[in-house]
Design a binder for this molecule. Structure first.
Ligand code: BLA
Length: 259
């Protein structure tokens, strides 16, 4: 991770403590963490147009088939930390999603969720309900999304952390501890579920399909494309979203073949 912003040393890399915390927690929680193959083309890019750069890190281990973290530093204009953890497909565990954005110090949006693959009550009781007591302690992060981009009932839970702020103070004072608690609980659930789930082929294939569906949905809905285009051009933006961020969106939902 860079030490200072591409736009100058007076600009704070607002979310770098979150990126570092997530990497450290991952490496300390699982023994067999390895790099996931990440072509140079996607690993980093620098804007030719404005002061901006983007870098990504990608891992895998026995419990997670893909964990990706991305940091976009465009100075005060934009600071973004985005991360998604995809469990191994023999686990029905939700996907962990993080999207922390700031467009200047007065326009901050923070979203973090255990993104459910299923909507039946027993699933929600098992994987989503445990978040409730944490969320209750962070009233300023218990907001609701607008509905402009996503459907809050598809791949989002009722316990998502959602905050909009007009100062950076709550990012350090509220978001950071809430982020740590959500991440800690997620890892705990991952460890528990990995100890008792087997390799039922039908179930594994169903989970794979649901994770692919998550990627298709996200690639279509994610408002990031415009941002990527404006900094890194449309070719790079398109490939980054469809071939790296949500690479399984390229699997056809009927034939399961990659387009
Ligand atoms: C919203 N995400 C947004 C917006 C942008 C991005 C520009 C709209 C901001 C606004 O309303 O002002 C940008 N998304 C990005 C970028 C990346 C990205 C730059 O993925 C990649 C580096 N989004 C996710 C994940 C979650 C998520 C994993 O990618 C899950 C936690 C959530 N982002 C999310 C939600 C909104 C959003 C729910 C909509 C907020 C709303 O409608 O109120």
């Amino acid at each position: 991770m860079w030490k200072t912003s591409v736009a100058g040393s007076d600009v704070t890399l607002l979310y770098s403590p979150f990126l570092e915390e997530m990497q450290n927690t991952l490496l300390h929680s699982f023994e067999n963490v390895q790099d996931y193959p990440l072509p140079q083309f996607f690993a980093r890019a620098t804007s030719q147009k404005k002061p901006a750069r983007i870098e990504s890190w990608c891992y895998q281990c026995s419990v997670f088939r893909k964990i990706r973290l991305t940091y976009l530093d465009a100075g005060l204009a934009a600071q973004v930390f985005n991360a998604v953890w995809y469990p191994a497909t023999n686990l029905e565990l939700p996907i962990l999603g993080v999207d922390f954005l700031s467009f200047g110090e007065k326009n901050i949006l923070c979203v973090m969720d255990f993104q459910p693959l299923m909507t039946n009550q027993s699933y929600l009781d098992k994987y989503i309900k445990p978040l409730h007591p944490i969320r209750e302690r962070y009233a300023d992060l218990a907001g609701r999304m607008s509905g402009r981009f996503y459907d809050e009932n598809r791949f989002f839970s009722k316990e998502l952390l959602f905050g909009r702020f007009n100062s950076t103070k709550p990012v350090y004072e509220r978001l950071f501890p809430a982020f740590r608690e959500y991440l800690g609980l997620y890892i705990q659930l991952a460890m528990q579920s990995s100890s008792y789930v087997g390799g039922d082929e039908e179930e594994t294939s169903r989970i794979w399909q649901l994770q692919c569906e998550y990627d298709r949905y996200s690639a279509e809905k994610d408002p990031a494309m415009g941002l990527f285009r404006s900094y890194f051009g449309s070719t790079w933006a398109q490939r980054f979203v469809y071939e790296f961020l949500f690479e399984n969106s390229l699997y056809d939902n009927k034939t399961n073949e990659r387009k």
